[in-house]
Each structure stands twice: as C-alpha cells, then as structure tokens.
Design a protein around this ligand. Sequence first.
Ligand code: G
Ligand code: G
Ligand code: MN
Ligand code: NA
Length: 254
Amino acid sequence: AEIEHALHQALAQGELELHYQPKVNLVSGKIYGMEALLRWRRPGIGLVPPDRFIPLAEETGMIIAIGEWVLRTACAQLGVWHAYGFAHLTMAVNVSARQFRQVDMPQLVRAVLADCGVPAHCLELELTESVLMQNRDLVVRALEQLKEIGVTLALDDFGTGYSSLSYLKQFPIDVVKIDQSFIHDVTDSVDGASLTRSIIAMAKSLHLATVAEGVETEGQLGFLNTNHCDAMQGYYFSRPLPGAEMDLMLYAGT
Ligand code: G
Ligand code: G
Ligand code: MN
Ligand code: NA
C-alpha cells in the first residue's frame, strides 16, 4: 500500500524516466532503433528497475496511466531525434496485456503519433505471449487495426513461453525478439546454438525479422552474424541510457 501510494506520486511528480537501448543492424553495424525501458528514480532510494514495480502497476491498474505516459514520452523523444536529423530511427515500446484489455490501443497510438508528428512505421510495439493469450479475439482485432495504422509489431522474449510457433502464424507479428536466455547459451552449448539457429530459420521462413536480445560478447555477435540474424541489442553494444546520453552516442555517429 505504501509503495502503491509512492508509485502514484512517482507518475504525478515526474519520478519516472525512460532509458533507451539501441538496436543495431547486423549487416550495416548501425543503430536503426531504440527500445524504451522504464525506470523509477525514487527519492532517497535511487533508480528502481521495472521488474520491481511493473507487476504492482499491472495489479493495481496503474499500468494504464503509466503505459500512456511511456508511449507519449517515447514518441516525443523519437520526434525530437527525427527533427535533429536521425530521421530513420525507430522506437520500441513495451506494452502490457492489461493495456490491451482496458485501452483502445489503436486509438491511443493514432493520437500519440499525430501529437508527436512521428510516422507510424517508426513505432514498434513489443508484446509478450501473455498479451496474445488473453482475450484472443479482442487482441487480434486491435493488432490488425495497429497494422492498418502502419505500426510494427514485435513478439518479445521469444522462446520462453508456450506455443510460440503457432502464435507467429495467428497474429500479425513482424519481428521476433529472441530471448536473452537463448543468446546467453549460443557459445556455451551445442544445444543452445542449434536452438537459436532454428529460431532464426523458422522466423525467416515466416518472413519475420529477428532481433537477438542480451548480446554481451563478441562470440555471441559472431554467432549471430554467421547465422544471419538481422539485428542485435545488448550490453556488448550499449546499456540502456538516459536520452541525453543517447544524444551523445547518436551524434558520435555510431
Ligand atoms: O530494462 P529492464 O530491466 O530494465 O526491463 C525489465 C522488464 O521490464 C522487461 O521485461 C521489460 O519488457 C519490462 N519493461 C520495461 N519498460 C517497460 C514499460 O514501459 N512497460 C512495460 N509494460 N514493461 C516494461
Ligand atoms: O523487454 P525485455 O524483457 O526484453 O527487457 C529487456 C531487459 O534486458 C531489460 O531489463 C534490459 O535492461 C535487459 N538487457 C538489455 N541488454 C542486456 C544484456 O546484454 N544483458 C543482460 N543481462 N540484460 C540486458
Ligand atoms: Mn522488450
Ligand atoms: Na525480452
């Protein structure tokens, strides 16, 4: 209850912030997009990671207001980067299942894109299987409307859930984000390597782009290049950084 009150305050008093982690195209070696990751700068405590408060926000319904703040803040930042000449950049935003249940996401997304002057194809929504599992018909309808608007849809944490394969056929997904647990294993275990290879192959056969998450080593990067993964994200290239620090990285021209 105390933390719940504190989280209300956090949103009202501007204690929430987004950090941005770049995604790098494996052919060009260039940054093509960012993932927005929520943090809570809690007075007297420090930076609180999202897994410490998002579950509470989901339980209490606060995720609705927080999720809209995240979407608006990320799209506004993207609009600024576009205006500064990084016009190719995309922005990925994580969306919780409850947002799909309680919010008209296509309508919200359309409004936010218009407010921020950002083209729809530059926004990517990251969904987990839990989003797809609940209220299947409602979610399919919303995702189809989002596709009509032109938004890109990614399946996050791919490989960690249940019937991932069938989801890829049932939902209008464009991008598969291979969970970091698989990437962690590619250089340590033969099984880990072949599992990741088959995820990449399967995604390609369904004409989906692949993004490897949690890339930390040169060895992992080499594996992904050899096996024609499309893009990567991880500490090897950059940790998630505040917008001002990401400005510097963009201007440095990596
Ligand atoms: O950056 P990292 O530890 O900090 O993120 C941990 C988890 O929190 C990830 O699973 C990520 O998808 C989730 N997450 C980060 N930001 C958001 C957000 O804005 N909304 C939702 N729903 N989840 C987020
Ligand atoms: O949305 P998702 O569940 O994919 O959240 C990504 C999470 O992974 C965030 O918590 C982010 O901070 C974290 N992360 C990003 N890159 C790396 C990495 O290279 N190694 C590890 N261990 N975690 C990472
Ligand atoms: Mn994500
Ligand atoms: Na993930």
